[in-house]
Each structure stands twice: as structure tokens, then as C-alpha cells.
Design a protein. Structure first.
Lengths: 169, 157
């Protein structure tokens, strides 16, 4: 078993909208030009993770990493990147990466679109997605935020989001 | 790469990731492309197909809501906080649409005046939205479209 990477948290912590949908709060990533003690905002983007468990007998999440321009007073450019992992939540123990037919972890993920990620066929475990979202700004900085998704109950016919979730760290 | 869009003039388009859309007085028109979930396993993909199509109706609505497009209440509810598994969306009706002049089987579901088509074409799941007054959807691949380029919001201005 491979331990999950660290630093992924429920962002702020977000909102579990139903048994099947979780939305993180919106996070802002910005780039600044600093001179002496004064910094000027050049650009800002918003980042938010949308997690939908297909539910029932499915063992798949539909994830959307929403990244968009918020402001660009410095008229700079940037690129978005996202990387996906899948974790198994072990109560009182070390979380480990999903196995047994799961979509691979530590792989790049498209942003601003639907991405279907199976967590594998194992039942009676609790799983959660993790997505690292980065913005590389053209003036140099690369800003990264680590999103932990909501815990999901992997079951043969009654898969859904858990009532509560680990928060990560 | 060619883009898939309706075979009729619908005015300037907007883009959200792999979705093209336009919101007009006569309704919302959208085409969303998503990669298959189990690219090497048709059997497994087939077993999840209704759930994936329900999720695609959820997802296309989520993306449109993110761009402040107003949805019919039933699609907004499904796109925000569904209370049943995605495979239980129900009320799908089989219907043919057209892509590059060839007929293609889709499942369609109406949401208060909007019709969502879900189909799998060329190893991608397609989700197509059109007013319910359209009996079908006629799509074709376009080399050029009056739409922002991919990554349009990553660049200045």
C-alpha cells in the first residue's frame, strides 16, 4: 500500500450539497509585483473543486476542477494545471492510494470539464479524491492549492457521500 | 482539431473547457465532450452508462451555472444537489441525432423546455443541449468557429 500525499484539505471546508455532490469553497490564486514594502496585484484566478458521486452501484466520481480568471489588472498570462490522486480513508491509520481497478493517481487532470474517475471495485471502504490545482503566471510565480474531496462510501449498490468527512492535512 | 457544433448559425459562442455553448432567447445550445471512463473496457463502461449519462446532464448544468447561465428549475436542481444516484435520473427517451450526416443513437431527457442528449461517439461521451422544440440535433465537425480559443481565459485582457 502506498501512503497518500500530504497537504490536501477540505478547502474552508466547502459544502456537502446532497448525498451525491460536494463543492469546495472558492480559493483565490494571485500573482503580485512587489517593490520595497508595496505589492501590486497583477492577476487573480478562482479555483474550486466540484465532486459528484454517481452513486448506486457505480464506483466513479465525476470531478470538475473549475479554474477561471477573476481579475487581470496587470494584463499578464497564465496556464492552469491539475493533478489527481485517489485515497482510501483509514480510521486511526495511514490513508493509502486506491487500488483494484482505480484510475491511476498522480496523473494530470483536465480542468474546466467533466472528468470521470473510478476509485476501484473494492467495497466497504471509504475513499476520497484529491486534486492539486496550480496556476503558472507568466511573471514567474506558480501558485498551488491542494483540494481534498468529501469522503465517499464505496458500497456494492448504495454508494454515496458519507455524512461527515475527514478534513485532511 | 475540429470542433463539434450544431449545423446551423447560432451566433457567437462561449467556451467553458471542452464545452461550447450559447444562451439565446430561444434557449440554451451546448455541446460538451468528455473522455470515456474505462477506455479499455467497454463492458464496464456499458454497465455504468446510465449513471454516466445522468452525471453528464448534471455536469453540463454545473458548467453552465458556473458561467451564470440561467437554467430551468428542474435542470438547476439536478445540476446542483441531486438526491438520488445519477442512474436514477430516469425518463430517458431514445432518439436519433445526426453527426456529419450520419445518424447516431442518443438518450434524451427534457428539463422544462430544454432537451439534453447523451450519447457516446468516437470514444467520447457527448452531452448536447438544445431547446425541447428541436425534435433532434444536427451536428457536424467544424474547422473554424466563432468562439474563444481553448484557454481563452488564461491570456491577457
Amino acid at each position: 500500500m502506498t501512503d497518500t500525499p500530504g497537504g490536501f484539505i477540505l478547502q474552508h471546508p466547502g459544502f456537502r450539497r446532497s448525498d451525491y455532490v460536494y463543492d469546495s469553497d472558492t480559493v483565490y490564486q494571485g500573482s503580485y509585483r512587489c517593490s520595497g514594502t508595496t505589492c501590486t496585484l497583477l492577476a487573480q484566478v478562482t479555483v474550486q473543486l466540484h465532486e459528484a458521486a454517481i452513486g448506486g452501484s457505480s464506483h466513479t466520481w465525476q470531478l470538475t476542477m473549475n479554474m477561471r480568471q477573476y481579475s487581470n489588472p496587470g494584463n499578464i498570462t497564465w496556464s492552469y494545471f491539475a493533478t489527481y490522486w485517489c485515497g482510501v480513508n483509514v480510521s486511526g491509520g495511514n490513508d493509502y492510494l486506491c487500488t483494484n481497478g482505480a484510475a491511476p493517481s498522480d496523473v494530470s487532470m483536465s480542468v474546466n470539464t467533466l472528468v470521470n474517475k473510478p476509485w476501484g471495485s473494492t467495497n466497504s471502504i471509504t475513499v476520497f479524491p484529491m486534486v492539486q490545482a496550480s496556476t503558472q503566471f507568466s511573471n514567474g510565480p506558480k501558485v498551488t492549492t491542494k483540494f481534498r474531496g468529501w469522503d465517499t462510501l464505496s458500497r456494492s449498490t448504495t454508494t454515496r457521500l458519507n455524512t461527515t468527512s475527514g478534513t485532511g492535512g | 482539431m475540429a470542433e463539434l457544433w450544431f449545423d446551423r448559425e447560432l451566433g457567437p459562442l462561449s467556451r467553458r473547457g471542452s464545452m461550447l455553448y450559447t444562451s439565446r432567447p430561444d434557449g440554451i445550445w451546448a455541446v460538451l465532450r468528455a473522455e470515456r471512463t474505462h477506455p479499455a473496457d467497454l463492458d464496464q463502461e456499458s454497465g455504468e452508462l446510465l449513471g454516466l449519462y445522468g452525471a453528464s446532464a448534471h455536469g453540463v448544468g454545473h458548467l453552465l451555472l458556473g458561467d451564470a447561465v440561467r437554467l430551468p428549475p428542474s435542470l438547476e436542481q439536478w445540476s446542483t444537489a441531486p438526491t438520488v444516484p445519477m442512474a436514477q435520473l430516469g425518463s430517458w427517451v431514445p432518439r436519433l441525432l445526426s453527426i456529419d450526416g450520419a445518424s447516431q443513437l442518443a438518450l434524451t431527457r427534457d428539463f422544462d423546455g430544454l432537451r439534453v442528449f447523451a450519447t457516446t461517439w468516437s470514444d467520447q461521451h457527448l452531452t448536447v443541449v438544445a431547446p425541447s422544440t428541436e425534435s433532434t440535433a444536427v451536428l457536424r465537425q467544424h474547422d473554424e468557429l466563432d468562439a474563444p480559443p481553448p484557454g481563452w481565459d488564461q491570456h491577457g485582457g
